[in-house]
Design a protein around this ligand. Sequence first.
Ligand SMILES: Nc1ncnc2c1ncn2[C@@H]1O[C@H](COP(=O)(O)OP(=O)(O)OP(=O)(O)O)[C@@H](O)[C@H]1O
Ligand SMILES: [Mg+2]
Length: 323
Amino acid sequence: MKKLLEVEDLYIDFKTLWGVAKVLNGVSFDIREGEIFGLVGETGCGKSVTALSILRLLPPNARISGKILFKGENLLEKSEEELRKIRGKEISIVFQDPMTSLNPLFKIGEQMLDVIELHEGLSREKAEEHAKKLLKAVGLSDPGRILDSYPHELSGGMRQRIMIAMALSSNPSLLIADEPTTALDVTIQKQILELILDLRSKYKFSVLLITHDLGVVAGVCDRVGVMYAGNIVEIADTEELFENPLHPYTQGLLSVVPDPRMKKPIRPLRGSVPSLLNPPSGCRFHPRCDYTSKTCTTVKPELHEYSPGHFVACHLYGGEGSD
Ligand SMILES: Nc1ncnc2c1ncn2[C@@H]1O[C@H](COP(=O)(O)OP(=O)(O)OP(=O)(O)O)[C@@H](O)[C@H]1O
Ligand SMILES: [Mg+2]
């Protein structure tokens, strides 16, 4: 399958009052056309920063290096004007809490039609037609009423469906969904994920699905990248990752979800996430790892292909390292 997005050796630092936070530490992964790629990891590991960097929406205190190739072109070299043609059009994003993304003072119709008119250059009438079609596509059966409602008049699940409809209004090739179901209760979560799967097969876009929930990953993603403290430590097909987790961190993460498919004995994670102002040297996971050797404390393990399609960044599995 062709690659749609290629993130290569992405480093992001934030200047803060307390010093420089080294938030992304050489992140590399790619997303193929039509696939759902999951990015999973504990809070603060850099998932949202990765998403925002793809849209070039990082705040001014961020310093960024590396490459983000979208359809072969480096987004980090694009001007603000060029980015405006991509952002919200070719690449759309849905956030965790639709209440903060929708303006409470305006009816859904006004907000949706504004976005559609902006992107598609349609007349008000045509935009309304398009909006209704999209609302139906996301499973909202009474689009006329929805367009005439204020955000607070709708349920959380409905609001998230509306956000997805708005994100899809420009027919994007990449949808970034940052914890799209975290704020919802379990049954609604499942419905929203099924909706994303459904829409993907209908509209053939790719998805970067960000979550800390391995259940979500297992149910929806084709491939998964596991993130720890600003590094991707493992990438594999979902099935392979659950059956044969290589990185000690992945093994620890999986130990909290009982999964009958798991064959290896697993060890729960100990300790807590490190500060990114002063991250551990070598492998950032080494203070929490049961297999730490001297190399781990000094040499950063590079992500390498350990078996076909299965990548890992850990000295237990050989590969190269860097200081
Ligand atoms: N504007 C900023 N200035 C300084 N530090 C920031 C900024 N934005 C994010 N960070 C830091 O970057 C790190 C990664 O944050 P990020 O929001 O990407 O985490 P996350 O993996 O999305 O976590 P969560 O699961 O809680 O959403 C955190 O340590 C955070 O404090
Ligand atoms: Mg986040």
